[in-house]
Write a protein that binds this ligand. Sequence first.
Ligand code: SG7
Ligand code: ZN
Length: 307
Amino acid sequence: GIKEWDYSNQNGPSTWVDKFPMAAGSRQSPVNIETGRVETDHEALSSKPLRWKYPATASRAIVNPGYCWRVDTDGDGTYLTGGPLMDDVYKLEQYHCHWGCSDSRGSEHTVDGQAFAGELHLVHWNTTKYKTFAEAAKAPDGLAVLGVFLKAGKAHEELEKIARLLPYVSHKDDNLPINESIDPSKLLPVRGGRAGNSSASQNCINPCMRWAGRIIRPDNKSRDWQDDNGYWTYLGSLTTPPCNESVTWILFKRYIEVSHHQLNVFRNLRKFPRGEECPCHENHGVVINNFRPPLPLGNRVLRECGS
Ligand code: SG7
Ligand code: ZN
């Protein structure tokens, strides 16, 4: 059938508003993060550390929906809470990735106008307030997405487990159960914090809210955002149609490294189903540049948290 949306010239991000009116809203994602704006500390907006826990068995199946790779998870025993989410408890629904055609583009969010090679998204939903993912996806505080920037460099061990499965889901609608342990917390750039228990990794980032801008330490020397264990947070949307304005975005300042080869494995996924003709007119039907470009932050506040 005719595809409703994609990342091509014809049905790409600039056309989404025609079929998905929410895409024209004022709370859209991604955005460009301007770190250079030095702001003074603000009163603590949330006193709770951001905490998460994922059982190593959470990753259940890997899927090729034709526009990314996605790992569907068993939310039981997973949680994300604290920080901008306050006391609400969110469960992990799935994680997926966005990437480019080369290592210099691919992320959805940008930092000071710079794109990364990719961006990993861990999608959670608010189980304190809503009964299902679908219900939460329509609510302004329904979803929370953890975002991790990918930079080309050395190979990533946990992502390698995913890269090794991708040839088995090379075509659209392919789906493969995962029988090994792929630990979502090992995909995050922040380690340490509280030690995890034996069956699941648990981590946290302590509260320390500041306004967007370069970190000002007590010694008044600024340091680069890349040295920081913290995160940026703002209220936004899903980055794909229907672009619901239901996401609290939490973006780690630290990136993770993945190898050029691992990115190339992502770039080999097909947009078309097994057995169908290759639509060779566009990039031989491979999934690349599956990112939405940044949208205006507008009146929204981008907060900087953690230390
Ligand atoms: C990816 O990003 C997929 C979508 C996801 C979308 O295209 O992972 O999920 C499915 C089920 O394919 O949409 C509703 C949803 O999670 C948008 O998520 S994102 O804003 O984190 N990029
Ligand atoms: Zn995403």
